[in-house]
Design a protein around this ligand. Structure first.
Ligand code: NAD
Length: 341
């Protein structure tokens, strides 16, 4: 069993911990938080040993009825690998500690590529991960872009990508960012940072991205255009998507035309936390004009799509499963995740 520590038990960390627990070949040796919160109670309820960075806060946790197993260094020492899911910028500060202890670590998209020097996506560069002590899972938007661009690049070649990201304002529980009633250019300059982030995994792709934030919490929505190198048809493209285990097709027959309906559907499918781990490509929107001009809309569940990538990255870095497809299959199966079709 691979021993995994989750440093930062928030939106991403709590999902990673549950996904790791669901796998047959890995276990959670501890999770870390900075302050007493609802998530700390969930960690206790799940039976995850809870560690804290500042032992001075131990009394506050204990007063709230939450037992503390020790300080974070003790948790790191007990682990083979650390998933750092602390807020953006904190991972960079943690890196020297992981280095000092000789531990492998996985950072999230809030950190710069340089923090790890290697940015990961299971379908693209799984086999390279074993050479690295540190890896970074690109952000939710970039993960969604990398999946769709890579699969079309493999099938038809991608000449260039132009994409607009309509971003959710905050995660549903992140009330401190709201209420909001605006469409905020993010940034007002073009391109946004998403294209360069995609290039950390797919360096040869010509991509320009634009982004804005709107008052919704459920998902991001992408409007994507790609020029393909080889001529194809809409049916061939849909078949390529169907063959990809982390691309879901939101079928026309469902009548789903929004992030809100897709979330309801995920809830009704009894997905934990209504998580949509795959890209949600709207079938009706998939278009190929003049043989080479591809268009679509896709929904990206910001809290969920990076979770299976973290699990695969653990196996890839530990070198326990060499074949990416086998790891992807194991991860998806353990999550009981059948792509939306
Ligand atoms: P979050 O604020 O929900 O959770 C962070 C957790 O880390 C909190 O529980 C906090 O108590 C804990 N923490 C803070 N400082 C700590 C420290 N020094 N040591 C240990 N724990 C500490 O944040 P999040 O949304 O889960 O984001 C985590 C990372 O994942 C960021 O890099 C973010 O950019 C990235 N990410 C977030 C999303 C998303 O939609 N939320 C999507 C993809 C990637």
């Amino acid at each position: 069993m691979i021993k995994v520590a989750v440093n930062g038990y928030g939106t991403i960390g709590k999902r990673v911990a549950d996904a790791v627990t669901a796998q047959p070949d890995m276990e959670v040796v501890g999770v870390a938080k900075t302050s007493v919160s609802a998530d700390a109670y969930i960690a206790k309820q799940r039976g995850y040993p809870l560690y804290i960075a500042d032992l001075g806060k131990k009394a506050a946790f204990e007063k709230a009825g939450i037992e503390i197993a020790g300080d974070v260094e003790a948790m790191f020492k007990a682990a083979d690998i650390i998933v750092d899911a602390t807020p953006g910028g904190v991972g960079e500060k943690n890196r020297p500690i992981y280095e000092k202890l000789g531990k492998k670590a996985i950072f999230q998209g809030g950190e710069a590529h340089e923090v790890a020097g290697f940015s990961f996506n299971a379908h693209v560069n799984y086999k390279e991960a074993q050479e690295h002590r540190f890896a970074r899972i690109v952000s939710c938007n970039s993960t969604g872009l990398v999946r769709i661009i890579h699969t079309l690049d493999q099938a038809f070649g991608v000449e260039r990508v132009r994409a607009v990201m309509v971003r959710r304002a905050s995660d549903p529980g992140d009330v401190k960012r709201g209420p909001v009633d605006a469409t905020v250019l993010n940034p007002a300059t073009i391109p946004s940072h998403h294209g360069p982030d995609v290039n950390t995994v797919l360096p040869h792709i010509n991509i320009v991205t634009l982004a804005m934030i709107v008052p919704t919490t459920f998902m991001h929505m992408h409007a994507i255009q790609m020029d393909l190198k080889k001529e194809t048809t809409r049916d061939e493209v849909l078949q390529v998507f169907k063959n990809h285990s982390r691309i879901g097709i939101v079928r026309k027959d469902t009548g789903i035309k929004s992030n809100a309906q897709l979330r309801e559907y995920a809830q009704d499918l009894r997905r934990p936390r209504a998580d949509v781990w795959e890209n949600g490509i709207f079938e009706e929107s998939v278009s190929v004009l003049d043989g080479k001009e591809f268009y679509c809309f896709q929904a990206i569940h910001q809290e969920a799509d990076v979770i299976p990538e973290n699990v695969d990255c653990i196996r890839a870095m530990m070198g326990t499963v060499k074949d990416p497809q086998e790891s992807i299959r194991m991860t998806n199966e353990a999550l009981n995740f059948v792509a939306i079709r």
